[in-house]
Write a protein that binds this ligand. Structure first.
Ligand code: AMP
Length: 279
C-alpha cells in the first residue's frame, strides 16, 4: 500500500490512459477506521483491480459548533488497518491540499437534504457533495463505496451521480454493527462508559419500530414509540426520529417500495445516527 498526500501524484498514478482496463474502486472516509470502513474496502477489493481509500476530515461538512476539532484521528493505526483490508493507495490530503482556493462556487443538494440530518446540520450535505465531487474528479473511480449507516448521504450522492452523469457507479454497503447491535462509528469512542452501555437502545428502538411498521401502525405512532424507547432506556436526547420513503426522503407513502426509519441521538460529547430500511 502506498500513502499519498498529493492530489497531483494520485492523479498521475490513476491516469485513465494508463490504467489499461484496470478498474478502480474508491472508499471515501474521515478515518479512525473501524470494521464498517473495512467492509467497504473489502467489497471494493472484490470488485476492482485497484482500491483507493481517502482519509480526510472534511471541514466543509462540519458546522461551527460541531465536532471537527474533537473528531478522532489516528493515521498510523488507520494505515495498518487499510493495508490489511487490501487498500492499494491511501490518500490523505491536508485541508490546504484539498481547498487551496475558494472561488465561491457552491454545490447545493435538493429536497432530500431538507430532512433528517440535513435539517439539524444546515450546510452539512453541501460540504459532503463538495468533497465527494472533488474525490470523484481526482480518483475517477469506476465504483465508489458508501455505507448504509449514512443512508441519507448515500441517497443524496446517488441522486447527484444520476442527475449530473458523474462517471462512477455507487455501491451500497450494509451497516456493520457491534455484537450488541450498536452501529460501528468513529464517534463511538466519544461515548462515556455508561453511554456506551446504553447506546444499543438505539438499534433496539429501530427494531421495535420495524415491528410496528410490519403491523401497519401509522408513521407518527411509530416515531413516537421509537423516541420513547430511546429516552426511556438511555440518557440520549432525541434529535430526530423519522419514518420517510427511501431514497426520496419524502413523507412516508405506503405505495413506495422502501421506507427508512432513521434517528439521531445526542449524548454528552457526541451525536449518533442509525437507521433501518423497511420493505
Ligand atoms: P465516515 O468515515 O464516518 O465518514 O464514513 C466513511 C464511509 O464509511 C461512509 O460511506 C459511511 O457510510 C461508511 N460507514 C461508516 N460506518 C459504517 C458502518 N458501521 N457500517 C458500514 N459502513 C459504514
Amino acid at each position: 500500500m502506498e500513502i499519498i498526500h498529493s492530489i497531483k501524484e494520485l492523479q498521475q498514478k490513476l491516469d485513465r490512459n494508463e490504467r489499461a482496463g484496470r478498474t478502480v474502486g474508491l472508499v471515501p472516509t474521515m478515518g479512525f477506521l473501524h470494521e464498517g470502513h473495512l467492509a467497504l474496502a473489502k467489497q471494493a477489493k472484490k470488485q476492482n483491480d485497484t482500491v483507493v481509500m481517502s482519509i480526510f476530515v472534511n471541514p466543509a461538512q462540519f458546522g461551527p459548533e460541531e465536532d471537527f476539532e474533537s473528531y478522532p484521528r489516528d493515521i498510523d493505526r488507520d494505515a495498518k488497518l487499510a493495508e490489511s483490508a487490501g487498500v492499494d493507495y491511501l490518500f490523505i490530503p491536508s485541508v490546504e491540499e484539498m481547498y487551496p482556493t475558494d472561488g465561491g462556487i457552491r454545490i447545493l443538494p435538493g429536497a432530500q437534504a431538507t430532512a433528517l440530518c440535513g435539517a439539524s446540520r444546515p450546510g452539512h450535505f453541501d460540504g459532503v457533495l463538495k468533497v465527494v465531487l472533488k474525490l470523484f474528479n481526482i480518483v475517477d473511480p469506476d465504483r465508489s463505496y458508501f455505507g448504509m449507516k449514512d443512508a441519507q448521504q448515500l441517497a443524496i450522492i446517488e441522486t447527484f451521480v444520476r442527475d449530473f452523469n458523474l462517471r462512477t457507479n455507487i455501491v451500497r454497503v450494509p451497516t456493520v454493527r457491534e455484537e450488541d447491535g450498536l452501529a460501528k462509528s468513529s464517534r463511538n469512542v466519544n461515548l462515556s462508559e455508561t453511554e456506551r452501555q446504553e447506546a444499543p437502545a438505539i438499534r433496539q428502538a429501530l427494531e421495535l419500530g420495524a415491528e410496528l411498521f410490519a403491523e401497519g401502525k401509522p408513521a407518527g405512532e411509530i416515531e413516537e414509540k421509537v423516541a420513547a424507547y430511546i429516552t426511556g432506556n438511555s440518557t440520549g436526547r432525541i434529535d430526530y426520529v423519522s419514518l420517510l420513503s427511501y431514497p426520496e426522503l419524502t413523507e412516508y407513502d405506503p405505495s413506495s417500495e422502501e421506507a427508512i426509519l432513521a434517528c439521531a441521538v445526542h449524548f454528552e460529547k457526541t451525536r449518533l445516527i442509525d437507521n433501518i430500511i423497511l420493505k
